[in-house]
Design a protein around this ligand. Structure first.
Ligand SMILES: Nc1ncnc2c1ncn2[C@@H]1O[C@H](COP(=O)(O)OP(=O)(O)OP(=O)(O)O)[C@@H](O)[C@H]1O
Length: 341
C-alpha cells in the first residue's frame, strides 16, 4: 500500500531567534526524520517541549519546507512539484488543526465564510455546491446551523475548535494533523473534541497525526506512538507496547513519569536540562541525560533497530530489554552516566 506521506532523511534548520539580528546560530528543529504514515492510522507524537513535534507536524502537512530531505505525498516528491501543483496537493491531501482556535481562525469572518474559504480558493464545485458543503461540514462536527453567521468571538472555545476541525476537513483530506488540539480548551470540553476527532477519523477513514503533551491521551488514541528528543525521532512503537515495552531509555523515562499508565513507581530521573537545539550533543542527543550512555553514544547516532515486532523501531546503542520492567530501570537510572557529558 502506498504511504500517504513519507519523510526520508528530513532536516529542518532555522536561524536562531535568540543571539541578535545577525546571529549565525542555527536551531536544529528536525534532524534526519524518516517516517511513513499509512492510510487510516492514528499516530501520536510525544516528547518534551521544543523537541520538534510541531515542526514534524508542519512538515507532514506540507506547510514547513524541509531544509533537506524528501517529503512525498502518495509517492510524489512534494517540494519538487511546481508551486501551484504543490498547493493543490497540500489542499486536497492534508488538513491541520492548531492548538488555539481563537488565534487560528480569522476573527472577522463568519463561520460560513471560514468554511467556504478553502472551497473557494481551490475552486471546489458550484456556488450552491459550496453552500451545501458548508452545511454538511457543520453537521459533521456537530455545530448547529444557526451558528453559520456567527463570528469566532461569539462562540465557545469548544465550538471554535469544531469550526477549525470542519475547516481542516473542508477539502476532504486523507490526513489530518492535530497539534495540541485540546490544550487551549476547558477541561470539560477536551474529551468531547477528542471523541469527535476519533469519530471523524473512523467515519471518514482519515489518517490522524496527533501531537500532545498529554501522554496518556496519546497512548489511548493512537495506533503508533512516535517519541522525539531534541529534533530526532528516537522511537516509533505500537501504542500497546510503548508504555512498558519501549526500547529507548528516553521513552521509558517519559512514560514512567506519566501517572495512570504503569503500577505506581518513582519516575526514572532525567538528570539535567534538555541541551540546546542550537548546539545538540554529538552522537545520540539523549546521551547527556542517559544512565546507559558511554563513549559509543558520543561518537555516533545509532541507526534504527527493529524490535521483534517489525513495526517497532528505535535508535539506541544500548536499548532497554524488551522484558525489562520500568521498575528495574528506576534503580539503574539513579547511577550517574558512565561517561559524564
Ligand atoms: N521559526 C522558527 N525560528 C527559529 N526557531 C524555531 C522556529 N520554529 C521552531 N523553532 C525552534 O525549533 C525547535 C523545535 O520547535 P517545535 O515548535 O517544533 O517544538 P515542539 O516540540 O513542538 O515544542 P512545544 O511542545 O513547546 O510546542 C525549538 O527549539 C524551537 O524554539
Amino acid at each position: 500500500m502506498t504511504a500517504l506521506v513519507e519523510l526520508a532523511d528530513v532536516h529542518v534548520v532555522h536561524k536562531a531567534r535568540t543571539g541578535g539580528l545577525f546571529t549565525r546560530d542555527k536551531v536544529y528543529a528536525l534532524t534526519g526524520a524518516d517516517l511513513t504514515i499509512a492510510p487510516g492510522e492514528t499516530v501520536g507524537v510525544v516528547g518534551e517541549s521544543g523537541c520538534g513535534k510541531s515542526t514534524l507536524a508542519k512538515v507532514l502537512v506540507g506547510v514547513q519546507p524541509p531544509t533537506s530531505g524528501t517529503v512525498s505525498f502518495q509517492g510524489r516528491d512534494l517540494w519538487a512539484m511546481p508551486p501551484a501543483e504543490r498547493r493543490k496537493a497540500i489542499g486536497s491531501h492534508t488538513g491541520m488543526i492548531f492548538q488555539d482556535p481563537s488565534t487560528a481562525l480569522n476573527r472577522r469572518l463568519t463561520v460560513r465564510q471560514i468554511l467556504r474559504d478553502p472551497l473557494d480558493v481551490h475552486g471546489r464545485g458550484t456556488a450552491a455546491g459550496r453552500e451545501e458543503r458548508v452545511r454538511e461540514l457543520m453537521a459533521l462536527v456537530g455545530l448547529p446551523k444557526a451558528l453559520a453567521d456567527g463570528l469566532p468571538g461569539q462562540l465557545s472555545g469548544g465550538q471554535r475548535q469544531r469550526v477549525a476541525i470542519a475547516r481542516a476537513l473542508a477539502l476532504d483530506p486523507d490526513l489530518v494533523v492535530a497539534d495540541e488540539p485540546t490544550s487551549a480548551l476547558d477541561v470539560s470540553v477536551r474529551a468531547q473534541i477528542l471523541n469527535l476527532l476519533l469519530d471523524l477519523k473512523e467515519r471518514l477513514g482519515l489518517a490522524l497525526v496527533f501531537v500532545s503533551h498529554d501522554i496518556q491521551t496519546v497512548r489511548r488514541m493512537s495506533d503508533r506512538v512516535i517519541t522525539m528528543y531534541l529534533g530526532r525521532i528516537v522511537e516509533v512503537a505500537p501504542a500497546d507496547r510503548v508504555t512498558d515495552r519501549a526500547r529507548h531509555p528516553y521513552t521509558r523515562a517519559l512514560f514512567s513519569a506519566t501517572p495512570g499508565l504503569l503500577d505506581p513507581i518513582d519516575p526514572i530521573p532525567l538528570v539535567g536540562p534538555v541541551p540546546s537545539a542550537t548546539r545538540p550533543p554529538s552522537g545520540c542527543p539523549f546521551r547527556t541525560r542517559c544512565w546507559k550512555a558511554d563513549g559509543v553514544c558520543a561518537d555516533s547516532m545509532p541507526e534504527f533497530s527493529v524490535s521483534s515486532t517489525s513495526v517497532h523501531r528505535f535508535r539506541c546503542h544500548h536499548p532497554v530489554g524488551e522484558e525489562e520492567s520500568t521498575r528495574e530501570l528506576v534503580g539503574q537510572a539513579q547511577a550517574p552516566p558512565k561517561e559524564p557529558a
